[in-house]
Design a protein around this ligand. Structure first.
Ligand SMILES: [Zn+2]
Length: 327
C-alpha cells in the first residue's frame, strides 16, 4: 500500500466519523425497512474524484452491478432465480440448471469484469452465459476456472485467483480476499467440493460445488473502498487492514459461526456503511420490494440490530433491487 492510500484512508475515516455522528440520531430510530433504502444515496463524507461516476446496484442474493467510468464490474450475478424448492421446504438437488435469458439480458447490457465469490448455483449459474455474451473476464477460484472451461469459455478470459492478489484496472483496484462459506446447522455446507480438472458441462445445481470461497474489495481511485461478501463466514486475519468504507455483508444462515457480527465489524474496522445482502428469496422475480422468507426477515432484523450494537457509528443500508447507490 502506498503512502497516498494510507493518507487517503486516514482522511476518509476521520471525515466519516464526523458525518456518521451527524446522521446517527436519525438512523437510530429507523427500522431496517425500505424507507431507509428508498433511492436515497448513502450518507457519506463529501469526496472528490470518481465519486459521482461510480454506482452500485444490488441484483439480489449477493449480486451487484458496479459501474466505474467505462467499466462494469459484476459480483455474483444471478438473475435467472429459478425454483429449486428451497423456499418451499422441498429443495431438489437435481434441479436442472437453466438460464432465463430474458431476465439476464435485459439487465446485462455490458460487463467487463465478473467476480465470483464461489460456484454454488445462486452465485455462478448465470456467469457462463453472461461471460460469453459480454466478453467479460471472470475472476474466481480454480474451481470457477475449470467450470468456465466446462462451459466452453476461452481460457484466456478465465482468471483463477486465490486471495491476496491486488489487481490493477487503472481507475480502480480489486483485492481478492480468501474467505469462507457459511455453515449450516450441522456445521457443514451444501455441495462441498472442488473441481481440479475440467468436468462435463454442469447439468444440475449439484454439479456446481462450493469450490472454496472468496471475497473482494474494490478500491476506486478518488472514491470509496467497498468490500463484497458472497457467503457468511470469513477468516478474520485475512481481513486485517482492508478497512473498507462500505461493506456488503452476507446474512448468516445459522448461528453455527460464533460472534459473526462482532468479529466481522471489528475485522473490517467498523465500516462507514454496512449493506446486508443474501437475505432475499432469490427464487422470485427481481421486483421491489424484495420477497423475504419470515425466518430470513428475523435473521435480517437480528443482523441489523447486531451491527448497530457493535458498530454504532456505521450506517446500515438495507438495499432494494436495481437502485443505483453512490457512496
Ligand atoms: Zn453458497
Amino acid at each position: 500500500m502506498s503512502a497516498h492510500q494510507l493518507d487517503r484512508r486516514r482522511f476518509l475515516r476521520t471525515t466519516a466519523a464526523g458525518a456518521a455522528a451527524v446522521t446517527a440520531g436519525g438512523l437510530a430510530a429507523t427500522t431496517p425497512a425500505r424507507a431507509e433504502a428508498a433511492g436515497a444515496p448513502a450518507a457519506a463524507a463529501p469526496r472528490a474524484g470518481a465519486r459521482g461516476a461510480v454506482s452500485f446496484r444490488w441484483w439480489g442474493t449477493s449480486g451487484w452491478r458496479v459501474d466505474i467510468g467505462d467499466r462494469t464490474v459484476l459480483v455474483d450475478p444471478y438473475l435467472s432465480r429459478f425454483d429449486t424448492g428451497l423456499f418451499r421446504g422441498a429443495f431438489d438437488p437435481a434441479t436442472p440448471l437453466t438460464v432465463d435469458t430474458v431476465a439476464v439480458d435485459s439487465l446485462v447490457d455490458r460487463a467487463t469484469t465478473i467476480l465470483v465469490t464461489h460456484t454454488h448455483w445462486d452465485h455462478y449459474a448465470d456467469v457462463p452465459h453472461i461471460a460469453a455474451r459480454t466478453g467479460a473476464r471472470v475472476f474466481g477460484t480454480l474451481t470457477a476456472y475449470h467450470l468456465g472451461l466446462a462451459y466452453g469459455l476461452p481460457a484466456g478470459r478465465l482468471s483463477p485467483v486465490r486471495g491476496g492478489e491486488v489487481l490493477e484496472f487503472g481507475d480502480h483496484t480489486i483485492e481478492v480476499v480468501g474467505a469462507l462459506h457459511s455453515r449450516n446447522a450441522g456445521y457443514s455446507l451444501a455441495f462441498p467440493g472442488v473441481r481440479v480438472d475440467t468436468p462435463p458441462q454442469p447439468a444440475t445445481i449439484a454439479d456446481l460445488p462450493e469450490g472454496d470461497t472468496l471475497a473482494y474489495q474494490i478500491r476506486v481511485d478518488g472514491g470509496p473502498s467497498v468490500f463484497f461478501m458472497g457467503a457468511s463466514d470469513f477468516a478474520e486475519r485475512n481481513l486485517t487492514g482492508l478497512a473498507p468504507d462500505v461493506a456488503m455483508v452476507a446474512l448468516p444462515a445459522t448461528t453455527s459461526t460464533a460472534d459473526y457480527v462482532p468479529r466481522l465489524m471489528a475485522a473490517l474496522d467498523h465500516p462507514q456503511v454496512v449493506v446486508p445482502v443474501h437475505w432475499d428469496n432469490f427464487e422470485t422475480p427481481l421486483t421491489n420490494p424484495p420477497t423475504v422468507a419470515p425466518s430470513d426477515r428475523a435473521r435480517l432484523d437480528d443482523l441489523v440490530a447486531a451491527v448497530r450494537r457493535v458498530s454504532p457509528r456505521s450506517r446500515v443500508l438495507v438495499p432494494e433491487y436495481r437502485t443505483a447507490y453512490r457512496f
